[in-house]
Design a protein around this ligand. Structure first.
Ligand code: HEM
Length: 224
């Protein structure tokens, strides 16, 4: 996310806030790569907000130019349906259970009208990592409505919480639905599956030797 077109991909809007937040750390410890710093930031944030410990290993390199930047269109959209989520996540090696587990990250934070055009928080306590996203998804009543920026999304009856169409897609497919309901009932299992899937996400594109040391594989770099 340091070069065009990735840096200004509309699906990455708001990332500049998180990147700016970590910049003083980079200034203080210039030897750490951005790829290690940003992935470590994500892992630490989940744990600090009450979530599971995320296995994280160092060794990522930063690209020196835009030659290996992934093309646009690979990131999921908020309006994606089950099949589109599958196409995007399967390409990276994730299965249905992992897609649902990763989506549980939407317990944190919120949507911003000025960034994605979607509006609101998913859960009542958006700074606590829990399985509330699945609990609310599967038990609340959701109403299809336009956000102030004109995007269609789902609101609860008090318009206090929201779901993206891509979140609701987790109830529109039998396999996705099974995992959404399972995680709603079993926070421990969700934490375990989320930790594994997120750690796998943070390792995408990294090739380690038998000692766990990251090595560059030029042929696989563009597969992110
Ligand atoms: C399943 C496909 C996904 C879609 C379609 C999607 C879409 C979105 C959208 C539209 C926003 C709102 C951005 C804004 O307006 O500020 C958002 C926010 C967020 N997403 Fe996702 N996302 C997906 C998967 C993930 C995954 C895998 C993670 C992490 C493991 C994640 C973590 C977050 C977080 C923490 C926020 C809140 C950001 C904030 O508070 O500023 N999302 N996502």
């Amino acid at each position: 996310m340091r070069f065009e077109p990735e840096i200004s991909d509309s699906e990455n809007r708001g990332m500049d806030v998180a990147k700016a937040f970590l910049e003083p750390v980079k200034k203080k410890f210039p030897w750490i790569t951005y790829a290690d710093l940003w992935t470590l930031g994500g892992a630490v944030a989940v744990e600090a907000l009450g979530g599971p410990k995320i296995e994280w290993k160092p060794g990522r390199i930063d690209y020196e130019n835009d030659m290996d930047v992934p093309p646009q269109g690979r990131l999921p959209y908020g309006h994606d349906k089950p099949q589109e989520l599958r196409e995007k996540f399967y390409r990276m090696g994730f299965n249905d259970q992992e897609i649902v587990a990763l989506s549980g990250a939407h317990v944190l934070g919120r949507c911003h009208t000025e960034r994605s055009g979607y509006d609101g928080k998913w859960v009542d306590e958006p700074t606590v990592f829990s399985n509330d996203f699945f609990d609310d998804l599967t038990t609340s009543q959701w109403f299809w409505q336009k956000s102030p920026a004109g995007k269609y999304q789902f609101y609860d009856d008090e318009q206090d919480q929201m779901m993206l169409p891509s979140d609701m897609a987790l109830l529109q497919d039998d396999e996705f639905k099974y995992w959404a309901h399972t995680y709603a009932k079993d926070q421990k299992l969700f934490f375990d599956h989320f930790a594994k899937a997120y750690s796998k996400l943070l390792e995408l594109g990294i090739h380690r030797d038998s000692n766990g040391i990251a090595r560059v594989n030029k042929f696989a770099r563009n597969n992110l």
